[in-house]
Design a protein around this ligand. Structure first.
Ligand code: NOJ
Ligand code: MG
Length: 538
C-alpha cells in the first residue's frame, strides 16, 4: 500500500519528529533550567536550519521534579520553572506558524504523590478518591501484597502507615499508580487530554503506555528461569522477574481505544505514539488495535536493542515491518531521554551510519535533541547526579544523556546559564550548532542533507521497502519506491572498501562530506563505514 501524502489526516506518516527535553534545551532566564521561552527562541533552528516537521516535548507541567517532570502534581498547569500556560499556548502557536506540529507528553500511569488527587486518596480509606489509585492490604505478615518490583528498583508498593494499606507505584514511591479501572479516574484523565488538545496540541506521547493495566488479581511475577534471554538492556533488579502480571494486561487495549476516540473527536488530526517497551513483535503490534483504533503507533525501540551489524539489522527491520498491521505505519528511533546517547553507544562513526539509516527506513523517524550534533553522554561526578534511577542503580542513570544542548562555543555552550542543572559536555567548543554549521563534514550538516533530501523524496517519505539482492553481511542495501521512482540505500558496516553490485546511478547523499560519486557498470565502490543514498538511472 502506498500512502498518498496529500492526505492531511495522515500528516504524521511523513513527518520527522524531534524530541525536546525542555529542562535542557534553552534557558531564557538564566536559572539553570531550560524553559518554554527558550524553546520558542529556537524554533527557527528546528524548522529552517535543521528542517524537522514535528516536536515532542517531554513534560513541562507542574511537578515537584522527583522524576524531573514525569511526576505531575497539576496536569493543566505549567511548572514555573518552564513558564506558564500562556507561554505553552504561544509555543504551540509559534511552532504552527513555522509549519511545526507539537505533541506533548501524557503521563497518566501515575501522578506525583503531591497531586491533590493523591493527597485526597491517601487521606483515609473512606475518601471519595480512595479508588483513584491502587491500594492493597498487606500480607498477614505485614509485607507488601506481592513481589512486584518498581522499574527504578525496590518494591513496587509503599505502606501508608496512617491507613495501613500499601499503594502501588511502577516507578518511584513519589509516583503512585492511577487506577484506570475506576471510571471517575478515567474521565478526569481524559479531561486532561482535552485540555491540551483544546490548546492546539497535535497529539500525545503516552508515557508507560503498556504499564497502565496490570493483573487485577495481583499475582506474583515468576522469577526468570535459567537461560532466559533479556529482550532489552540490563535493567538491574527489575530483570530478576518475568513481567507477566505487572504490565500489558489485556484491559489496556480498552484504555487505548477510549483514549483514541477522544483524540479522534478533534478535527485537527491529533496523533498518538505510546511508550511500549514490549519486544515480542506480535504482542507489540496489538497496540495498533485490530481496526487501527488504538495508538497510531507503539514506539518502536527495536533498533536500540539490535546488534549493530548488517545481518542483524536486516532481520530486525524486515521483522518489524512484517508485524505492522495492514494500513498501519511504524516509527524508528535511536535515542531518547531514557537511553545513553547514540554517539556514545555506537561511536561517532557509526552514529553517522545510524543517521542515514534512521532517515531512510520506511516509517516515521524520531530524533533526540543533540543527536544531530553527535552529542555524547557526559560522565557525571559521583554525588552530583540528578536522576533518581541513577541513585538507585548507578549504571542506569540517565543524566549523561540529558545535558544542555550545545548551541555555540561560548562558556555555557549558548544554553543560557552560568550554572546549568547538569554540566555542559567539555566537547562543546567543537560539538555545537554554530561550529558545525561551518563544517561541511559535520554531523549537523549530514543531518541537514538527509532531512532536506528526505523532504524532496517521495520514495523515502512514503515508499515501499524491499531488501536489495546484494545486501550481505558487510553491506546493508535496501530500496524504497513510490510511483515508479526508486532510491537505493547502501550502508557499509565493514572496515574495508566494498563493491556492491547494483544498477548504475548517482549518489545523492553520502555520510562522506561530498557525494560527487557515480555508480558505474562495475557497481558501487563504497568506502569502509560509509553509507549512501543512490538514485539509479532509469
Ligand atoms: C518513562 C519515561 O520516559 C521516563 O523518563 C520516566 O522516568 C518514566 N516513564 C516514569 O514516568
Ligand atoms: Mg530557565
Amino acid at each position: 500500500m502506498i500512502f498518498n501524502g496529500s492526505n492531511e489526516s495522515l500528516w504524521w506518516r511523513e513527518a520527522v519528529f524531534y524530541q525536546i527535553y525542555p529542562l535542557s534545551f534553552s534557558d531564557s532566564d538564566g536559572d539553570g533550567f531550560g524553559d518554554l521561552t527558550g524553546i520558542i527562541s529556537k524554533l527557527d533552528y528546528l524548522s529552517d536550519t535543521l528542517g524537522v516537521d514535528a516536536l515532542w516535548l517531554s513534560p513541562f507541567y507542574r511537578s515537584p521534579m522527583r522524576d524531573w517532570g514525569y511526576d505531575i502534581s497539576d496536569h493543566t498547569d505549567v511548572d514555573p520553572l518552564f513558564g506558564d500556560v500562556e507561554t505553552a499556548e504561544r509555543l504551540i502557536e509559534e511552532a504552527h506558524r513555522r509549519g511545526l506540529r507539537v505533541i506533548v507528553d501524557y503521563v497518566m500511569n501515575h501522578t506525583s504523590d503531591e497531586h491533590p488527587w493523591f493527597i485526597e486518596s491517601r487521606s483515609s480509606r473512606e475518601s471519595s478518591k480512595r479508588d483513584w489509585y491502587v491500594w492493597s492490604d498487606p500480607k498477614p505478615d505485614g509485607s507488601p501484597p506481592n513481589n512486584w518490583v518498581s522499574v527504578f528498583s525496590g518494591p513496587a508498593w509503599t505502606l501508608d502507615e496512617a491507613s495501613g494499606q500499601f499503594y502501588r507505584h511502577t516507578f518511584l514511591p513519589h509516583q503512585p499508580d492511577l487506577n484506570w479501572r475506576n471510571e471517575e479516574t478515567v474521565e478526569a484523565a481524559l479531561e486532561v487530554a482535552r485540555f491540551w488538545l483544546d490548546r492546539g496540541a497535535d497529539g500525545f506521547r503516552l508515557d508507560a503506555a503498556h504499564q497502565m493495566m496490570k493483573d487485577p488479581r495481583e499475582r506474583d511475577n515468576p522469577p526468570v528461569p535459567d537461560g532466559y534471554e533479556r529482550p532489552w538492556k540490563d535493567m538491574g533488579e527489575y530483570d530478576d522477574f518475568v513481567h507477566l502480571y505487572d504490565l500489558g494486561h489485556q484491559d489496556i487495549h480498552d484504555v487505548h481505544r477510549r483514549f483514541r476516540s477522544v483524540v479522534d473527536s478533534y478535527p485537527h488530526h491529533p496523533y498518538t505514539v505510546g511508550e511500549i517497551h514490549i519486544f515480542d513483535l506480535p504482542e507489540w503490534a496489538t497496540y495498533y488495535g485490530e481496526n487501527l483504533d488504538q495508538l497510531h503507533m507503539p514506539f518502536n525501540f527495536h533498533l536500540m536493542a539490535c546488534d549493530w551489524d548488517a545481518s542483524s539489522l536486516r532481520v530486525l527491520v524486515e521483522a518489524v515491518l512484517w508485524h505492522v498491521p495492514p494500513g498501519g505505519w511504524t516509527n524508528w528511533t535511536l535515542g531518547n531521554h531514557d537511553e545513553r546517547r547514540l554517539a556514545t553507544r555506537l561511536g561517532a562513526r557509526n552514529a553517522r551510519l545510524a543517521a542515514l539509516l534512521l532517515l531512510t527506513l520506511r516509517g516515521t523517524p524520531f530524533l533526540y535533541y543533540g543527536d544531530e550534533l553527535g552529542m555524547q553522554d557526559v560522565e557525571i561526578a559521583a554525588g552530583e547526579g540528578k536522576d533518581p534511577w541513577g541513585e538507585n542503580v548507578s549504571f542506569l542513570s540517565r543524566d549523561g544523556a540529558r545535558t544542555p544542548m550545545q548551541w555555540d562555543s561560548s562558556a555555557d555552550a549558548g544554553f543560557g546559564s552560568d550554572e546549568p542543572w547538569l554540566p555542559v559536555n567539555t566537547d562543546y567548543k567543537t560539538v555545537n550548532v554554530q561550529f558545525e554549521l561551518e563544517d561541511p563534514g559535520s554531523m549537523l550538516n549530514l543531518y541537514r542533507r538527509l532531512l532536506a533530501y528526505r523532504k524532496s523524496s517521495k520514495p523515502l517519505r512514503s515508499g515501499s521497502f524491499l531488501t536489495h539482492p546484494s545486501s550481505n553481511e558487510d553491506v546493508y542495501v535496501f530500496e524504497r519506491s513510490a510511483n515508479g521512482d526508486t532510491v537505493v540505500v547502501a550502508i557499509n558496516f565493514s572496515s574495508k572498501m566494498q563493491t556492491v553490485d547494483m544498477a548504475p546511478g548517482r549518489v545523492v547523499v553520502s555520510t562522506a562530506p561530498t557525494s560527487e560519486r557515480l555508480v558505474g557498470p562495475e557497481g558501487l565502490r563504497l568506502p569502509k563505514q560509509e553509507a549512501v543514498i543512490i538514485e539509479p538511472y532509469v
